[in-house]
Design a protein around this ligand. Structure first.
Ligand code: ARG
Length: 648
C-alpha cells in the first residue's frame, strides 16, 4: 500500500505539475496577445478550421438522424436509477424535477406521478428535450429553445443552414462590418477593416471589458486559445450536467448566444467550449478597456451587429431557454473515473499531499465579530460560550457551475468546510492540504479517522475557497489535539469507525470566529431517507486534475439504500452501519482522493446537517461503486462525550 502511495505521489509530481505550469503560462500568453493589439485578420488562428470540423468525431453525420423522436434509449436508461434510489416515492419532498407537479397515487408501485412541464419527460421529469440527438445538427452545435421543436442548429462556418451538412465559402459573405471574404482552399478568411476583429470581423473597436468583466456585453466569442465558444443554451453544456441559466448568480448577460461573459465572479469574461467529447471552459480573447484618467469606464455594447448575428446565416432564437437542466444522473463526475487510485477497494489511510498551500504560514485571519442570526434549528450539541450563534446556515447561494458536474463553491456557501493541512512534525516545510473536515463548534472539527497522521503537525484552514491563495476570509488555526475513534479500524476492504475530532487551539473556548464565511454545520438528529439529495464538497481529485482542485468544488449526491449498497456487486458485506453509501450508482458524481473527512451535508428543517464524512470508495465515480461515508448519526454520543468532556 505504501509503495503504491509513493508511486502515486511521484506520478502526480511528474505528470501534473507541468500541466499546472502550462495553465499558468497560458494565462501569461493571453496577456502578451493583448499587448500585441488587434485589428488584423487572424490568419494564423483560422488555419485548419475547416479540417478540424471535418475531422471532429462529434460531427459524425448519422444518416436519418433527426427524423423521429422515438429513439430515446439513453434517456430511458436512467429511470431505473430513479426508482432504485428513491424507493419511498411520495410527493413530499417533491420528487419531480424541473418544476414538475407531483400527484400522490395510492396503491401503485410508485406512489406518485409527475406532471412535467414541456419539454421535460420521464418519471421524475428528469429527461431533457430529445431534440438534440447526436447527428441532428450535422456539422453544427445543437442549442435548446423553449418552443417547438425545442432545438436549433448553429452551423459551424462555412457549413450552411438548415442542416449544416453542405458548405459554401464566401457566398453569402460571412464577414461583418465590411469585412472582405477571401477563399483559402477549403476555408475562408475575413479581412477586417481597421479596428474590427474576430473570425467574422464581428468584434468592434470599442469591444472591451471593465474590471472583472461582469458587465461585459460585447461579442467576442473565442477563447484565449482560439476555441469557438459554445452557445450558453447549447445542449452539449446541459448534457454535461451544467445549466448556465440556473446556476450562475449573474445571468443577465447570458442568452441564446455564444459571447463571452462573466456570470460567476471569474476574473474576466470566459466561455464554455467543446473539445471532442469534453466540455471545457477558458477565459476569452477580450480586451480590457483603457481607463481614461479621471473617468470611470463603463464597458460597452459595440459593433453594428445584434448579439445573435454572430453565425451570420443562422437564425437567432428569440427566446431564452427555460430553466433547462439535464437529469441529475447523467451529470458527470466532480471527480474522475480515470484517476489512478489504489486497485483495492480500501481507501488510502494517508491521502497524498495535494496542493501546496499558502506560501508563508499565514497568521490568524482577521477577527470578525459573530453575526447574530435567527434561531430556527436547535443544534444537537449543547450550546456553550464557545458555540457559534447558529449552525447549518450557509450564505445565500451564488452557485457557480463549471465542468464535470463539479460546482465551484461560492464564498460562504459551504462555510463549515475545513481544509486539514499537515507538515512533518517541527519541520520548516509548508503545510499541504491532506483532507477535508467539518467545523461543528468553534473549537471542534470533525474529520475522517484515516486523515489523522500522528507524525505530522496539523492546522485547519476555514473560510477558504482557493488553496493556492491567501484569502482575506480565511482563518488558519493550529490543531491542538486529534482524537481518533477508539474503534477505528482499517482493512484492505474498508475503513470502520472512520471518524476523528480535532480540537483547535484557542482561548476561552473561542477558536474559530463566526463570520459570513466561517460557520458550523449542525449535527443530525435523525436518519434521513434513501434517495435524498445531499451535498458533498472538497478540494479532492477531479477529472481535470488528479492533484485535486485549487478551488473548492461541490456536487449533489443521493443517499443510497444500505441493503442495496451491500449487494455483492456493489460493496457486499464489508459495509456496516458505521458507514453508508451516497452518489449515483450509474457512476459519475463522486468524492475522491483528497475529499476525505469533508462534509456530506443534507438539509434538515432548512439547516444543513453533517450527515456523512467522506471516507472511502473503490476508485472514484465508477458504476456501482458509490462513495462511502462515515455515518455521523452513529457517532453522536461519541462526539458529545468528547467535545463536552473538554468544554465542561
Ligand atoms: N479515501 C479518500 C481520501 O482520503 C476518499 C475516497 C473517496 N472515494 C470515493 N470514491 N468516494 O480522500
Amino acid at each position: 500500500m505504501n509503495l503504491k502511495l509513493l508511486f502515486f505521489c511521484l506520478f502526480l509530481a511528474v505528470l501534473l505539475i507541468p500541466a499546472e505550469l502550462k495553465r499558468k503560462k497560458k494565462k501569461h500568453d493571453h496577456h502578451a496577445d493583448e499587448l500585441r493589439g488587434h485589428g488584423h485578420h487572424n490568419r494564423d488562428k483560422k488555419r485548419g478550421r475547416f479540417e478540424d470540423i471535418i475531422n471532429d468525431i462529434f460531427f459524425t453525420i448519422t444518416d436519418g438522424a433527426g427524423d423521429n423522436d422515438d429513439d430515446d434509449d439513453d434517456e430511458s436508461n436512467s429511470d431505473w436509477l430513479f426508482e432504485l434510489q428513491e424507493p419511498e416515492g411520495h410527493c413530499d419532498p417533491n420528487p419531480c424535477l424541473h418544476n414538475g407537479v407531483c400527484e400522490e397515487k395510492e396503491g401503485r408501485k410508485r406512489n406518485f406521478e409527475c406532471d412535467c412541464p414541456k419539454p421535460f419527460e420521464g418519471k421524475k421529469c428528469q429527461r431533457g428535450p430529445k431534440a438534440c440527438r447526436r447527428g441532428r445538427c450535422g456539422r453544427g452545435e445543437c442549442v435548446l429553445i423553449s418552443t417547438f421543436p425545442y432545438y436549433e442548429c448553429k452551423c459551424k462556418a462555412p457549413f450552411q443552414p438548415p442542416h449544416c451538412r453542405s458548405y459554401s465559402l464566401c457566398e453569402p459573405n460571412p464577414c461583418r462590418n465590411g469585412g472582405k471574404c477571401v477563399n483559402e482552399g477549403n476555408d475562408f478568411d475575413c479581412q477586417c477593416p481597421a479596428g474590427f476583429r474576430g473570425r467574422f470581423c464581428h468584434v468592434g473597436p470599442d469591444d472591451c471589458y471593465v474590471g472583472d468583466g461582469e458587465s461585459y456585453r460585447g461579442t467576442v466569442s473565442e477563447t484565449d486559445d482560439d476555441h469557438e465558444c459554445l452557445y450558453w443554451n447549447s445542449h452539449f453544456i446541459l448534457e454535461k450536467g451544467v445549466d448556465p441559466f440556473n446556476s450562475f448568480e449573474d445571468k443577465d448577460g447570458l442568452g441564446p448566444h455564444n459571447f463571452c461573459r462573466n456570470p460567476d465572479g471569474e476574473s474576466m469574461p470566459w466561455c464554455f467550449y467543446r473539445k471532442g467529447p469534453s466540455l471545457l471552459w477558458d477565459t476569452c480573447n477580450v480586451t480590457e478597456c483603457p481607463v481614461p484618467t479621471g473617468e470611470t469606464p463603463t464597458g460597452i455594447v459595440p459593433t453594428d451587429i445584434a448579439p445573435t448575428d454572430i453565425a451570420p446565416a443562422d437564425i437567432a432564437p428569440t427566446v431564452i431557454v427555460p430553466a433547462v437542466i439535464v437529469p441529475a444522473v447523467i451529470v458527470p463526475a466532480v471527480i474522475v473515473p480515470t484517476i489512478i487510485v489504489p486497485t483495492d477497494t480500501a481507501p488510502q489511510p494517508e491521502t497524498p499531499p495535494i496542493v501546496p498551500v499558502n506560501p508563508e504560514d499565514p497568521t490568524q485571519a482577521p477577527k470578525t465579530s459573530p453575526t447574530p442570526t435567527k434561531e430556527t434549528f436547535v443544534p444537537t450539541a449543547t450550546p456553550g460560550p464557545q458555540q457559534f450563534a447558529t449552525c447549518g446556515e450557509a450564505q445565500p447561494k451564488k452557485k457557480i457551475t463549471r465542468i464535470f458536474g463539479g460546482l465551484k463553491v461560492s464564498p460562504g456557501a459551504v462555510p463549515w468546510q475545513v481544509s486539514l493541512q499537515v507538515k512533518p512534525k517541527n519541520s520548516n516545510q509548508r503545510f499541504t492540504h491532506t483532507c477535508g473536515g467539518v467545523l461543528i463548534e468553534s473549537c471542534w472539527v470533525l474529520t475522517a479517522g484515516h486523515c489523522i497522521q500522528p507524525m505530522k503537525n496539523m492546522q485547519v484552514v476555514l473560510g477558504s475557497l482557493s488553496l493556492n491563495d491567501v484569502e482575506p476570509t480565511e482563518q488558519v488555526i493550529k490543531v491542538q489535539e486529534a482524537i481518533l475513534h477508539e474503534n477505528y479500524r482499517e482493512t484492505s476492504q474498508a475503513v470502520y469507525n472512520d471518524i476523528a475530532l480535532l480540537r483547535l487551539e484557542g482561548t476561552d473556548g473561542v477558536c474559530a470566529n463566526e463570520s459570513q464565511f466561517v460557520k458550523t454545520a449542525c449535527l443530525p438528529d435523525a436518519q434521513l431517507p434513501d434517495g435524498m439529495e445531499c451535498k458533498i464538497s472538497g478540494w479532492g481529485a477531479t477529472e481535470e486534475s488528479l492533484t485535486g482542485s485549487n478551488h473548492l468544488l461541490e456536487a449533489n449526491v443521493m443517499l443510497i439504500n444500505q441493503e442495496k449498497c451491500a449487494e455483492p456487486d456493489i460493496y457486499g458485506r464489508v459495509l456496516d452501519n458505521t458507514m453508508f453509501c451516497a452518489g449515483h450508482l450509474m457512476g459519475g458524481v463522486d468524492s475522491c482522493q483528497g475529499d476525505s473527512g469533508g462534509p456530506l451535508t443534507c438539509e434538515q428543517n432548512t439547516n444543513s446537517v453533517v450527515y456523512g464524512l467522506v471516507s472511502w470508495g473503490d476508485k472514484c465515480g465508477r458504476k456501482n461503486k458509490p462513495g462511502v461515508y462515515t455515518r455521523v448519526t452513529h457517532f453522536l454520543d461519541w462526539i458529545r462525550s468528547k467535545t463536552q468532556a473538554v468544554s465542561a
